[in-house]
Design a binder for this molecule. Structure first.
Ligand SMILES: [Zn+2]
Length: 149
């Protein structure tokens, strides 16, 4: 774990080149420490795909896959990566990992992913992160309301 003095402060004003480097480091951290495979996503959004439980005991090479929308800039990818990592942590939590309201689950994923990277020394600007989280939560609310109609 990095000491807080070495923490990288991440915001959208950092140069795209530097953000790409930070994103690369964050992906390496996730891949080497959590065994999550991070891939390019071509479906217009970013998401988490868990590797199914394997009753046969066969070997699965990864805990799951995170797809990051290739059309997003580096900062948005960083924020999305944090959120999707949050889904991974939530899913493996024995008390809170299942049977949740969609909004509860999404909110927890936003929080858990932020805290994971903060702990690893990647500190995303909390105001920008919250803004992005609010935007996405607003979209989930709309999609949930659409489902009812
Ligand atoms: Zn989500």
């Amino acid at each position: 774990m990095k000491k807080s003095s070495e923490a990288i402060q991440i915001s959208s004003n950092i140069s795209p080149k530097k953000l790409d480097e930070i994103l690369e480091e964050m992906i390496l951290s996730v891949e080497s420490q959590l065994w999550i495979s991070v891939e390019d996503g071509y479906e217009g959004n970013s998401f988490w795909i868990s590797t199914p439980d394997d009753p046969e005991g066969e070997y699965w090479p990864s805990a799951g896959i995170i797809e990051l929308d290739i059309n997003n800039g580096a900062f948005t990818k960083i924020v999305s990566l944090a959120h999707e990592v949050g889904h991974y942590f939530l899913e493996k939590d024995k008390d809170f990992g299942s049977e949740n309201h969609k909004m509860f689950e999404e909110s927890l994923a936003w929080y858990l992913g932020y805290k994971y990277f903060e702990d690893k020394g990647f500190v995303i600007d909390p105001e920008e992160y919250k803004k992005e989280a609010s935007k996405c939560l607003g979209e989930y609310v709309r999609s949930l309301n659409d489902d009812k109609n």
